[in-house]
Structure formats: structure tokens, C-alpha cells
Design a protein around this ligand. Structure first.
Ligand SMILES: NC(=O)c1ccc[n+]([C@@H]2O[C@H](COP(=O)([O-])OP(=O)(O)OC[C@H]3O[C@@H](n4cnc5c(N)ncnc54)[C@H](O)[C@@H]3O)[C@@H](O)[C@H]2O)c1
Length: 246
């Protein structure tokens, strides 16, 4: 029970990594506030579990998630911000401004909104934030320029917060997943690509350890970063990528 009695918001909670992270945090004794655009697929679990629907690109909805967490559990200890979207592989000439703005809104602006809301709620108390970015920021792939830029901004933002919040004993870290076995993986493929074939021939091949990352690998990293075992870890970027970034 490494997170016993602590309360965390987990965003993207209905997604591949989010669902498993919710379960791992509950196993470790945490109170979990699970947030996603729709929480219909998240079944009732226990009285230390709350679901909140919200579009985290909207300021008032992001703030509402934090308010509901405080109302339910009295205080907050941290945030694991997993929510994000992919970019369909597209040459830069064909990327529309709307698509760029949509990706930045979710992968960057929502990080700002959720991190700010949680920091306000922490006020004078210690806390921890984990933002999920992507190994593609250090090992880019063609056609994903908006996605990679949006995640790169999230990393810089997280490190800027880590130094700003260190005096308050709020730790801020990033996880860089490599290609992970969730429904998102196929969404990085170009229009008309054979997604199943690509999983093996492109994504799996790109991981030196020879297999795709599983959601549990990300969940375990988030547990570690939120636990006291990581009490002196802040501003770091943990690669959970099977060596893809090497
Ligand atoms: N799957 C991969 O290969 C991979 C690789 C590197 C990084 N990542 C990152 O890991 C994170 C999780 O990815 P996943 O594979 O679990 O994807 P996923 O698509 O299964 O889950 C993402 C979740 O985010 C939610 N979401 C999207 N926009 C939202 C919004 N505006 N407000 C609230 N929730 C919103 C979605 O509804 C979804 O449930 C993402 O940030 C992704 O960019 C994924």
C-alpha cells in the first residue's frame, strides 16, 4: 500500500493507460478521482473511487474536476495527467490550423489547466504531479509534427513547474511512453495504412526490448513517481519505452 490514504486525480481514465493506472492506484490504497470525456466505461469500484466527466480543454470543466475531488475526499495529493490525443501521420503541408489547434488544446493547454487547478488546491501542502508526454519528443517520427510539438511543450512546462514549485515541496515529473498497446497506437498511422501490420512492422520493431509497452508499465511508473520512494525526484523525465529513445 504505497499510496495509502492519498488522493489523486487521474485524467484520461477511460483510456488504455488510464484504466490500468486507476486500478493500480486503487490497489495501492489511494483515493482516485477518475476523469475523462466520458466515464461510462468505468464501473463502480469502491467508496474511495469517484468519476467526473469533463473536457479538460475547458477551463471551468478542469477546475470542476478538482473541486469535486476536494468535495469528495477533503484534500488532494496529486495529479496523474494522462489524457491526450494522437495525430494521424500527415505531411506538414497538409496539416490544417484547426488540427494543430485541436492537438495543442488537448495535449498542451489541458496540461496547463489541470496542473494549475491542482496546484491551487494544494496551496500550502506537499504534492506530486505526473504529466504523460511521449518518447517521440526526443525520437521523432515523420508526420507527427503537431503531436510532437504539443508534447514537447508539456515537458518544458512540467520542468518549469518543477523548479517553481520545489520550495513548496510539490514534485512535478514526466513519463515518456514508447509505442504502447492501446487503441491510440493505430491512430498515429497515416490515412489508409494497415494498422495491424504497422503495429508489428513499425512500432514493435522500433522498440529495442522487442515488444510494445503495456499500460501496466506506465501505471507502475506513475505509482513510483507518486510514492515516497520518489520523494527526491522532481523535474525528471522517465522513459518507459523499452529503449525506443536510445
Ligand atoms: N499509446 C501510445 O502509443 C502512446 C505513446 C506515447 C505517449 N502516449 C500518451 O499516453 C497518454 C495515454 O494514451 P493511451 O494510449 O492510453 O490513449 P487512449 O486514447 O486510450 O486514452 C486517452 C484518453 O484521453 C481522453 N481524452 C482525450 N481528450 C480529452 C479531453 N479533452 N478531456 C478529457 N479527456 C480526454 C480520451 O477520452 C481517452 O480516454 C496520451 O497522453 C498519449 O498521448 C501514448
Amino acid at each position: 500500500m504505497r499510496l495509502s490514504g492519498k488522493t489523486y486525480i487521474i485524467t484520461g481514465a477511460a483510456g488504455g493507460m488510464g484504466k490500468v493506472t486507476v486500478d493500480r492506484f486503487l490497489e495501492e490504497g489511494a483515493n482516485v478521482v477518475a476523469c475523462d470525456l466520458s466515464v461510462a466505461s468505468l464501473s463502480e469500484k469502491s467508496n474511495n473511487f469517484l468519476t467526473v466527466e469533463g473536457d479538460l480543454t475547458k477551463e471551468e470543466q478542469a477546475e470542476n474536476v478538482v473541486a469535486q475531488a476536494i468535495q469528495a475526499f477533503g484534500k488532494l495529493d496529486g495529479l496523474v495527467h494522462i489524457a491526450g490525443i494522437a495525430q494521424k501521420s500527415t505531411p506538414i503541408e497538409d496539416v490544417t490550423l484547426d488540427e494543430w489547434n485541436r492537438i495543442i488544446a488537448i495535449n498542451t493547454t489541458a496540461v496547463f489547466l489541470m496542473n494549475r487547478a491542482v496546484v491551487k488546491a494544494l496551496s500550502d501542502q506537499e504534492g506530486v504531479i505526473v504529466n504523460v508526454a511521449s518518447i517521440s519528443t526526443v525520437r521523432p517520427r515523420p508526420g507527427l509534427s503537431s503531436y510532437i510539438a504539443s508534447k514537447g511543450a508539456a515537458v518544458s512546462f512540467s520542468q518549469a513547474l518543477a523548479i517553481e514549485l520545489a520550495p513548496k515541496k510539490v514534485r512535478v515529473n514526466v513519463i515518456h511512453p514508447g509505442p504502447s498497446d492501446t487503441q491510440m497506437l493505430g491512430q498515429f498511422a497515416a490515412e489508409g495504412a494497415d494498422v495491424d501490420k504497422m503495429k508489428d512492422s513499425v512500432f514493435k520493431q522500433s522498440v529495442p526490448l522487442g515488444k510494445l509497452i503495456e499500460p501496466i508499465d506506465i501505471a507502475n511508473a506513475a505509482v513510483y513517481l507518486c510514492s515516497d520512494e520518489a520523494r527526491m525526484v522532481t523535474g525528471t523525465v522517465l522513459h518507459v519505452d523499452g529503449g525506443r529513445g536510445l
